[in-house]
Design a protein around this ligand. Structure first.
Ligand code: SF4
Length: 376
């Protein structure tokens, strides 16, 4: 079994090359070929010595998870379903906008947190992704899009760790992947253009601040503990007061940043004027300075949730109350609705492992049939 080089950050690749008797600058060259140029074949790496290419062919490979399906929305959003083995599939979404291209990346197959409004949470937890499976989503998407659009410059300018999974419950692979994304020899993304979204794993927020203080988004969704206990079960372990203090500590490592609070608007559950007032009090009690932003998310209903989307006027009135209190508030545009790629919809039609297995089997049959047709 050879090593998948997508599993390594630059230091890891340097250690791998050292074991082959190669100097660090060779690792840097190799890293650039993989991540900046999207090379998957060692023979394409023309400035590497032939002897090194031969060594690499017997010890290493470059392999992202296999694409099972691709759906393109009428608004240009693209959703990929990737096979990560053992009957598990993960989803990745590319969202093009005028001034940026954002990739929403998964960190786990399923999720153990079980938020009520999230279809991934209803699916349950299967396993953590490796660093190579996390980075592989970006590697595949960036180079697929460049080829597809016929461009050589970077297409993905922003990464949000908001796909399937709780990234801070898969910490080491997450941080290793973030390092590849930020590395100038890798994707060279700025720290503020890479966002980790968490449901509030307090000790890991502190570690991320020290290890790799990228932009932080917190899935808040409630203005008090009783409500949050019900919507985001992790709140029973790390209640609001602890979570908000962890956010303040995070800002010590990222002093010019804001924390973004994600707030999914649920009809009659968390969307009343009393909830907005409570949120304002909660935020202002932490600091008189402006230190956070709110992103209100229209809920994408799915049958098992038993929840409904707040109506548009209610969302606008809620946003106005926060804005009037001096809190920067945006309402998220829904993208990719027609391909189930909107927030909280990932794996929306996967209810359990059995159906994932069946779906993968079906996709494989479709792919094999297509392959057969191509060869006929
Ligand atoms: S919202 Fe995030 S943390 Fe909550 S269940 Fe969904 S994927 Fe997990």
């Amino acid at each position: 079994m050879t090593a998948n080089l997508l599993e390594y950050d630059l230091d890891g690749l340097a250690a791998f090359c050292e074991r082959l008797g190669e100097k660090r600058f060779r690792a840097t060259q190799l890293f650039r070929w993989i991540h900046q140029k999207g090379a998957a074949q060692f023979d394409d790496m023309s400035d590497l010595a032939k002897s090194l290419r031969e060594k690499l062919k017997t010890t290493a490979h470059i392999q992202a998870p296999t694409v099972l399906s691709q759906h393109i929305s009428s608004d240009g959003t693209i959703k990929w379903l990737f096979d990560v083995g053992g009957g598990n599939a993960i989803e990745t979404v590319f969202i093009p906008e005028d001034d940026r291209g954002t990739l929403c990346v998964s960190s786990q197959a399923g999720c153990a947190v079980g938020c009520r409004f999230c279809s991934t949470g209803h699916q349950g937890f299967s396993r953590n992704l490796t660093a190579g499976e996390i980075v592989g989503q970006l590697w595949f998407a960036e180079h697929f899009l460049r080829k597809h659009l016929g461009v050589s410059e970077r297409v993905i300018s922003n990464v949000v760790m908001m796909g399937m999974g709780e990234p801070l419950q898969n910490y080491q692979p997450l941080v290793q992947s973030l390092r590849v994304m930020l590395d100038d020899h890798g994707y060279g993304l700025s720290r503020r253009r890479v966002t980790v979204s968490t449901s509030g794993v307090v000790p890991m927020i502190d570690r991320l601040g020290q290890d790799c203080p990228v932009a932080l988004a917190v899935s808040l969704h409630a203005s008090n503990d009783a409500l949050r206990d019900n919507l985001v079960p992790l709140n029973r372990k790390y209640p609001l007061a602890e979570l908000l203090q962890a956010c303040q500590r995070y800002l010590e490592f990222a002093p010019r940043d804001f924390i973004t609070f994600e707030y999914c608007m649920l009809d009659g559950v968390n969307d009343t004027p009393a909830h907005a007032e409570e949120l304002v009090r909660l935020v202002k009690a932490q600091s008189a300075k402006a230190w956070c932003k709110f992103n209100l998310i229209p809920f994408n209903p799915f049958p098992a949730s038993g929840l409904k989307r707040s109506n548009h006027a209610v969302v606008q009135a809620f946003a106005k109350m926060l804005t009037d209190a001096g809190i920067v508030t945006t309402v998220r545009k829904t993208r990719g609705d027609d391909i189930d790629a909107a927030c909280g919809q990932l794996a929306g039609d996967v209810q359990d492992r059995t159906s994932v297995d069946k779906r993968i089997a079906k996709q494989r049959t479709i792919m094999l049939t297509q392959e057969k047709l191509n060869h006929e």
